[in-house]
Write a protein that binds this ligand. Structure first.
Ligand SMILES: Cc1cc2nc3c(=O)[nH]c(=O)nc-3n(C[C@H](O)[C@H](O)[C@H](O)COP(=O)(O)O)c2cc1C
Length: 231
């Protein structure tokens, strides 16, 4: 009897370990045998002009039920913080090139990506899995139950490591960090417009609750949510 119980426990542990190490097997692509997922290469040409994107951009709070693709997500993350030079400069400017923003994804309806929380790694253009499961509803709870957070195919969350910038610029550095989040968010808005995806900026949320949900480290503060979904 004891032997059976030990065997069952061992099998369960094995299932748990392998279960957390395999991702995206439904598609069989864009995965490594760890918690790091390679994103498709971002493209650098598009269908509409920057002027058209600026002209047409709106905050969109209602989405169709269609999933966004991993290509779409890759492109939006690249727009937010993608690396665009050998020196490591990015799509958005950063005071002192200190890059205080960390970008997270709360995915619930992305083709080729399991539901969960991911951290975007600009170096390598990959996603690192942080948590499993569809947490859009939980995130909406943290954001005063705003429905676009639940209905979005994914939510992009900007967290700031203020110290990266304030260590050099003092108090003024905190302003810089917020300004940078604005740059990155606008890039996402314009990129989304070019992809036929709707975005809504969400600043109304309880920071501590979002930190816990996303398992952020102590030096990361969530400052902005962008809901994204097909329109
Ligand atoms: C810092 C910031 C915070 C915002 N927070 C929210 C929010 O919590 N919920 C929401 O529905 N819209 C939010 N918005 C979107 C604004 O309501 C929207 O930009 C404004 O109504 C103008 O509309 P437009 O973006 O379509 O031009 C926010 C926008 C900014 C810039």
């Amino acid at each position: 009897m004891i032997r059976i119980t030990i065997c069952t426990a061992l099998v369960l542990i094995l299932v748990l370990i392998t279960g957390t190490c395999i991702d995206g097997d439904e598609t069989g692509q864009n995965t490594r045998q760890e918690d790091e997922i390679m994103l498709p290469e971002p493209r650098t040409t598009g269908e509409i002009s920057i002027e058209e994107a600026m002209r047409n951009r709106r905050s969109v709070r209602q989405y169709t039920e269609e999933a966004i693709t991993l290509n779409n997500l890759s492109q939006l993350l690249w727009a937010a913080q993608g690396i665009t030079s050998e020196e490591g400069f990015r799509t958005t400017p950063s005071a002192g090139a200190l890059y205080p923003l960390e970008v997270y994804v709360v995915a619930g309806d992305v083709d080729g990506l399991s539901d969960g929380v991911y951290r975007y790694r600009a170096e390598g253009h990959t996603l690192q899995r942080i948590r499993d499961g569809d947490l859009r509803g939980n995130l909406s709870e943290c954001a005063l139950k705003q429905t676009q957070v639940t209905d979005a195919a994914a939510n992009i969350v900007f967290a700031a490591v203020f110290n990266r910038t304030t260590a050099k610029y003092g108090e003024r550095g905190a302003q810089y960090v917020h300004i940078e989040a604005g740059h990155a968010a606008q890039n996402v808005y314009l990129q989304a417009e070019a992809l036929g995806i709707g975005v809504c900026a969400v600043g109304a949320f309880y920071g501590q609750e979002v930190s816990e949900l996303l398992a952020l480290s102590g030096d990361e503060t969530p400052i902005y949510i962008l809901t994204v979904g097909k329109v």
